[in-house]
Design a protein around this ligand. Sequence first.
Ligand code: ATP
Ligand code: LTN
Length: 346
Amino acid sequence: MNDTKPKVFSGIQPSGSKTLGNYSGGFRQYAQTQETHEAFFCIVDLHSISVDYDPGELRRATLDLAAMFFATGLDAERATVFCQSHVTAHAEAAWLLSSVTSYGQLSRMTQFKDKSEGRDVVSAALFTYPVLMAGDILLYQTDLVPIGDDQRQHLELSRDIAERFNHRFGETFRVPEGKFPEIGGRIMDLQEPQNKMSTTLSSEQGAVYIVDSPDAIMKKFKSAVTDSEREVRYDPQEKPGVSNLLEIMSVATGEPIEALERRFENAGYGDFKVAVGESVVALLNPIRERYEALRGDERELQRLLAVGAEKARRASAPTLEMMYERMGFARSDAGPFFGAARPKGL
Ligand code: ATP
Ligand code: LTN
């Protein structure tokens, strides 16, 4: 591993089937950064228990996601791909960091408000979720966090937590920067284009799943909500449905939005929607095929995750130890990571 490269970290939840939104804001950015950075990508299974879930489903979704990471271009040799619960430092860091996080800050998180609305039982885990996320990032002395727009507020909180800890206990963490896609940072639901396309909140017709068949993808795009005025023009305020389709096609083909506007200037919505659907099929088909091949070999996926966990344990141990020390815990020689090397420069 090359210590001089900047570090990148991101996480994604093993809950439900991953969407085109996750591809755009997540997977697509991950594969790009593994070349230039020391890269850590985490299946954040501890986050998934913050809402109601099925244990059998969690196990399946964890392996689904491992296969998806590799199918979208991550390389187990170059990047560290691992499962959060395999590295106990994450749960420990979350507890330690919760002492420098205020109740007021957590109460202002919009994702907490959205996800708790209308539920009978709101878990404490849903409330403290952003502290666990801050620990994920800070444990690796991360420079860059590639994420979608919906995670901006959580990233800002992670930065605040790092600064508060550094101020209170001495320089310990690097303060990370977010990396958001210029186009496709917030893909919207095809049926309700005022809401984001979501793994947990979207309807079956509103979300395009990375593993959807070509037929299913075409059906979803043909029935996507547009608006009454027949004009293919990018204007997210006035024309959320059409603008979302333009962003999606730009992500799928790599073409700028203005070029697409010109191409479809005189086209009807019907032809435009078919073209968007076809571009998404062309993007997702090879990923789905690779995914299916990889998902068939569970032992290999487990093996790759074990390799990733070992690398992640080594990489996170020095920072966790430093946190305990700086916070005044009396560490013993017998502690699991006692004497672990400090990261360079700290
Ligand atoms: P939920 O929809 O239930 O909140 P999620 O899909 O946001 O779940 P994850 O699967 O952990 O949660 O998200 C992984 C990554 O995908 C994150 O970086 C997130 O910002 C990004 N992402 C999620 N939805 C979208 C979207 N509609 N457009 C762009 N990026 C997205
Ligand atoms: N909260 C994120 C998932 C997540 C994450 C992270 C992203 C957990 N830990 C660390 C980036 C870095 C979400 O809901 N999408």
